[in-house]
Structures are given as structure tokens and as C-alpha cells.
Design a protein around this ligand. Structure first.
Ligand code: KIV
Length: 281
């Protein structure tokens, strides 16, 4: 826990009016880089199904996938709080299985919290998890695991009844024990009202500026997929184009024989191999 940000510290940031930054991450190399940025929280999201595994939705992601990636990320992090997503059907069917699955993400994935999507249908589960010491981040609004129910990724909470439902669910999740809430794909006015209705921090994505913090998928903010340009993503780099350019240059140099040159090669008299004394019997 040395130097690691804790849940109570993140919660105090809301009370102090300090904004909270969160990004997703899926491997140790990115985790080491992110660790140096001052970001408060890192999420091993089931978005890995799309950006890492190449699926169209998050639904095929398994608990084993999340535990594997969370453990890798944990090895690269020293400061930010680590949260692991509970994938589709790892918590919806039975309380017992859900508790064990969440426990595994803390034990094997080294996460400090899990995240579950859902409103009143997960309230009892959140209560049971919190009671046994498994911190839960809630996730309401556009819940990607319900993509087939919505018929696509659609902004939620546009109408008055939907708004009331979201506020009611946010309050119920807080009361059940959620220590924070992701608000995804919600009009900014509604996200503001939810944020004012609860004492726990709200972390927004596609939900405007009035949430207590923000989260983006790391590959989106780095521009890893040049074709993916939704309105809510701001790109802070063009890594996709940079990767393609770098690999093209490498291919050209391999073909032309420019790489590897003398500087990137070894000569016999330059190789300093460790010498081992052999026992001569
Ligand atoms: O899976 C994910 O990455 C998420 C965030 C975008 C909130 O749930």
C-alpha cells in the first residue's frame, strides 16, 4: 500500500472540490508510463474486449481476461488506485459466484476495487460486496454490457422519467455501499444533478464537465485508432499515426539494408560476455 492512493483519499477529493482523473490501462508497459502522470485512478476496463481483443462489444470478455490484465497493470503501478471491471455474466447470475469472482480480482488481479454496471438490479449485490470488504464502483447511464437491449451505444437519460430513474439509482447505489460511480453517456445537465445528489465521487465519460472526475479509454485519448472519433473523446496524441509511420520506416530500412547498421550490431571483439570459472576435475 506504500504511496498508493486509497479510496478514502479519493473520496476526500470530492469534498475538497478537486477533480479526479482516471484512465483505462491493460498492460504493465502502459501502467509504468501512466504511473508517472499523477493520474489518480486506473481502470482495467472490459473495454479491453474491444481495444485489445478486437471484439465489437465488451460481452465476450471473461473474468480470467480481466484478472490477467489487472495483474499485469498492478505490476507497473505504484501510486494510482487500481480498479478492475467485472465482466458480463461474472456477477449478474448468482450472489455467491459474484462475490467469489470479485474476490478473485482483488486476490489475483491485485485490484483495490471492482466496478459493476447496473442500477437497482445490482443494489443488493453491492450491499453484499461492500459488507465483506470488497469496494465497489458503480456504473450507470450507458451500460455497455446492455448494448443489445439498447440496440447500440446510445446516450441515456434524455427524458424526465429516465433522469429521475438515474438519480434514484445513483442514490440507491450510494446507500448500498458504492464508494464512487461512473456516469457514462448521460446529458451534462443530468450528470450534474446526479453529481449533486450523491456524496460519493462521480467519474464521467461522455457525460460533460460537471462530474467530480473524468475517465477515458487510454487508446482513445492517445489516438491509437485514427478512425474512431466520437464527440466525447479528446485526443491528446496521434499515436496510431505515429506507430504506423515508425513501423513503415522500419520496414523500408530493413528492405534497403539500412537497418541494422554498425551502431546496432555487435562485433566479436566488442562482446563482453560474463565469464564463468569452470571447475576442472
Ligand atoms: O470498460 C471500460 O473501459 C469502462 C470505462 C470506459 C468507464 O467501463
Amino acid at each position: 500500500m506504500n504511496g498508493k492512493l486509497t479510496i478514502p483519499k479519493v473520496q476526500k477529493m470530492k469534498a475538497a472540490g478537486e477533480k479526479i482523473a482516471m484512465v483505462t490501462c491493460y498492460d504493465a508497459s502502459f501502467a509504468r508510463l501512466i504511473d508517472q502522470t499523477g493520474v489518480e485512478m486506473v481502470l482495467v476496463g472490459d473495454s479491453l474486449g474491444m481495444v485489445i481483443q478486437g471484439h465489437e462489444t465488451t460481452l465476450p470478455v471473461t473474468l480470467t481476461d480481466i484478472a490477467y490484465h489487472a495483474a499485469a497493470v498492478a505490476r507497473g503501478l505504484t501510486k494510482p488506485l487500481l480498479i478492475a471491471d467485472m465482466p458480463f455474466m461474472s456477477y449478474q447470475a448468482e450472489f455467491g459466484a459474484a462475490l467469489k469472482n470479485a474476490g478473485l480480482l482483488l486476490k489475483k488481479g491485485n485490484a483495490q476495487s471492482v466496478k459493476v454496471e447496473g442500477g437497482e438490479e445490482v443494489v443488493e449485490l453491492v450491499y453484499r460486496m461492500s459488507r465483506v470488504g470488497i469496494p465497489v464502483m458503480g456504473h450507470i447511464g450507458l451500460e455497455p454490457q446492455k448494448v443489445h437491449k439498447y440496440g447500440g451505444y446510445k446516450i441515456q437519460g434524455k427524458g424526465a422519467a429516465e433522469e429521475r430513474e438515474l438519480i434514484k439509482n445513483a442514490k440507491a447505489l450510494e446507500e448500498a455501499g458504492c464508494w464512487s460511480l461512473v456516469l457514462e453517456g448521460i446529458p451534462l445537465e443530468v450528470a450534474e444533478k446526479i453529481t449533486q445528489s450523491v456524496k460519493i465521487p462521480t467519474i464521467g465519460i461522455a457525460s460533460g464537465p460537471h462530474c467530480d472526475g473524468q475517465v477515458l479509454v487510454i487508446y482513445d485519448l492517445l489516438g491509437m485508432n485514427p478512425e474512431f472519433k466520437p464527440r466525447f473523446v479528446k485526443r491528446y496524441a496521434e499515436m496510431g499515426a505515429a506507430v504506423t509511420e515508425a513501423v513503415k520506416n522500419y520496414v523500408d530500412e530493413v528492405r534497403s539494408g539500412k537497418f541494422p547498421d554498425e551502431e546496432h550490431s555487435f562485433r566479436r571483439n566488442l562482446i563482453a560476455l560474463p565469464t564463468k570459472k569452470r571447475k576442472i576435475s
